[in-house]
Design a binder for this molecule. Structure first.
Ligand SMILES: CC(C)(COP(=O)(O)OP(=O)(O)OC[C@H]1O[C@@H](n2cnc3c(N)ncnc32)[C@H](O)[C@@H]1OP(=O)(O)O)[C@@H](O)C(=O)NCCC(=O)NCCS
Length: 107
């Protein structure tokens, strides 16, 4: 598989993680404050690991800060998106969305 490089544009309270191909953004995610928003991969590039690459980079930068996922309608998305985020340490919260809480000790 072709390797796509994750790029970042960071401001004081927000970060934009993205992957470009032929000058177009084909995958992206935003961290605004502690909210993870709009993880998206262009339909032609799905199932190639791009969302995984974006999330891996984002979590590398954020492993010691809490992150809230904006409410997600798993039924509408139609894939096991909670399972996807769980791989990065997110757990379902009382509102039915997911959060990432840093751990002092990684088991
Ligand atoms: C959800 C989304 C970001 C996944 O992007 P992607 O680059 O295709 O994801 P990856 O290739 O990294 O896949 C990671 C894992 O997610 C799961 N997954 C992703 N797409 C899937 C599908 N269509 N069906 C079943 N499982 C799927 C699989 O477990 C996959 O791992 P695998 O390929 O090893 O089986 C993309 O489908 C998308 O942009 N959807 C529309 C927007 C959206 O719903 N965003 C999520 C908001 S919370």
């Amino acid at each position: 598989m072709k390797h796509f490089k994750v790029k970042k544009s960071c401001e004081k309270n927000s970060a934009h993680y993205f992957i470009k191909h032929k000058n177009s953004v084909i995958a992206q995610a935003f961290l605004v404050g502690d909210a993870l928003e709009d993880l998206w991969v262009h339909p032609d590039y799905r199932r190639k690991g791009l969302a995984t690459e974006l999330m891996s980079e984002l979590m590398k930068d954020s492993s010691d800060i809490p992150i809230n996922l904006l409410p997600v309608d798993e039924e509408r998305i139609g894939i096991d998106i909670f399972g996807f985020y769980a791989k990065f340490g997110f757990v379902i919260n009382e509102t039915g969305s997911m959060d990432y809480e840093p751990q002092r000790c990684k088991i």
